[in-house]
Design a protein around this ligand. Sequence first.
Ligand code: X90
Length: 276
Amino acid sequence: MKYRIVADSSSNVYEVEGVDYAYASLKIVAGDNTYVDEKDMNLDEMIAGLKAHQGPSRTSCPNISDWLDAFGDADVVVATTITSNLSGAYNAAVQAKNLYEEEHPGAKVYVKDSLSTGPEMQLQIERMKEDILKGMSFEEICADIDEYAKKTHLAFSLESLENLAKNGRVNPLIAKAAGVLGVRVVGKASDEGTLQQLHKCRGEKKAVVTMYNVMKEHGFAGGKVRMAHIYNEGIADALEKLIRADYPDADIERCQCGGLCTFYAEVGGMLVGYEG
Ligand code: X90
């Protein structure tokens, strides 16, 4: 039995050691330039290209055939996608699952709507890996991931919501608040898988303390933390310091966002996935 974990590239996870893993890329399109969100993509080039580009830019999610490519020839696929409330990725993955199971009798595909993105998906991927290595069955993994997803959350701090607003992914009023110099919007992924603004903070220090409070309000008590930032080691350092003051041995990791999260969360932003 060949097991494979699959996610879309909004998870910022491009490789996983010790298990079979594949990702389906989202794309960022600005005029004639298309930036594919993939391992080792040139983020500086994309950021510069977007800055220089006059006119609208947009993103596109993996289509059915991209998902089928990612499923490969596995007997069992466990997949997680960016929230179905902001992207068509989940719907395409479900259609790919139906086709795949039809064409490969006996094969099983599970598609989880993360109702989130980035590092919360990363937590799910890590859990899927643990489940597979434990030797759990397809049905057991599905049930475990559904259960696990109930206790993971996503918080964010954003300096700009321009691309989110321009692409209709957030209320323009929220975006306006963040447009003010020095203001960070701190919020979370809502239960419906949309952006929920919780606070407007002046300055990064305040934003970090506020983020940590949001995490504690949602049950964080020393569990796993996965941070994904956009050229902002400082905000990651500051949050890690706060957490370690309470939980010196906490399991905290960080990474730089890939293409899709960089486009929407923008330079200076940070997403934090955590266990509640
Ligand atoms: O299908 C597509 O083209 C992709 C659309 C994605 C739109 C939203 C991406 C959000 C990225 C922003 C902050 C965290 C928000 C969490 C909400 C669930 C990151």
